[in-house]
Design a protein around this ligand. Sequence first.
Ligand SMILES: [Zn+2]
Length: 468
Amino acid sequence: MTKDAAPECDLLVRNAYVITLDEQRRVYPSGAVAIRGRRIAAVGPDAEVGTAYISARTIDADGGAVHPGLVDAHAHMTLHTTRGAFPDSPSEAQSQDYFTIWMQAVDDDDEYASALLAGLEMLRNGVTCFLEPGTAYEPGAVASAAQRIGIRGSVADAYLWDRVSPGYHRLDRAPADHARAMKLLGGQLARNSDPDALVRGHVGLYGAATASDELERAAKAAADERGAILTQHQSFYADDVADDDARFGGHPLAHFAEIGVLGPNCTFSHMNAIRDDETQHVVDSGMTIVWMPGNYMFYGVAEFFKQRAAEMYHLGVPVAFGSDVAKVWGFGEQGYIGFLLARAHGQFLSAEEIMEMASRSGARSVGLQDQLGSLAPGMLADIVIRATGVAESHPPANPVRDIALLSRTKAVDTVIVDGRVVLRHGHATLVEDEEVFSLADASAHRLADRVALPPAMIWPDGQDGRVP
Ligand SMILES: [Zn+2]
């Protein structure tokens, strides 16, 4: 290339309303993004960036919004196929029983099929990266599914726990056993030796009162030594919180601070109970909270603990979103649910804050805040392009409000992950949508038979035992 030749790139997105989420939160109403390899080469006005590059491929966004891919910071990829199969009955005990029976029955093919469907659905809803909390018996099945569909992810070792508590599922393949947990701990971090790995590894404890202090310390040490994230379920429901309070003789976050297992590499999920003496520990630690407003409402947690996620975010705590198991929701909807939940508890999060949480805080939750969560030169090219012409986008509102609260995931059209177009006009490009559906449906039907689930519909005469 001569000095005066135009720079080259592999993919150019032009004619876009670019919402960068960068440090200055720059917005380019007529913008362009140039991608070279896995990363963003340039972002700026179309008149500058769009005309400057010679590109192998150009996508005309037709004026649609373009923004960083969203992160689901807590998604049980291998349990996605339970959606639709389990009753919606608000009995947590009943639901937990079903989960245990289901988890006893799954094999590696079931885990792969579930993760493949979850990955496809995530892409279709603008989610480009997930964190699997450590409940896949075979993390490799989740990684294979993610690579096949082209979504970024992070996986952990299976069910690390050594203590029986209300949060514990009695699983033959993963008993609560200290020696077992210590043997597996950190095994998935080997994935991080490839700096370009699409699926990385983190340290995951199951959490929710199922870890001894010894296991907790070992997990934090492993995460620290290997520069990885430590995640766990924490302070979910009345019973696991009561168990923690009793065994620690105080509140769990204060205890964890005291034994030195909190830090900026901690990504703790649920965190529905944050008592006053725990607040400062959470703020001071630099940890990330994964907020699951759908789950909080589904299980009626408000009966025990008032919602504090918005308050924590305003205190400077990174708060990301997690779907947990998609029970009566899809991926990419937690921001909207969270907005309404915050309002119900007398708090307010702006659409712009919701977008920051889903992108920038999400990137932090998986330890990739230097590479993901915003559109800027050098960042990984994980990008969502939205269609125009969606009814909910009219009359035009603030585009960020449109994305976070109004049209939400309906307008997601094209998704780029790691510089590759993995979704185009709503369809996966690396795999046939129909193949994903048939694999997942067949697995779910097989499992539903083995688990002996009641019929899902209570019509015509309450045949599953519930009164219609
Ligand atoms: Zn969970």
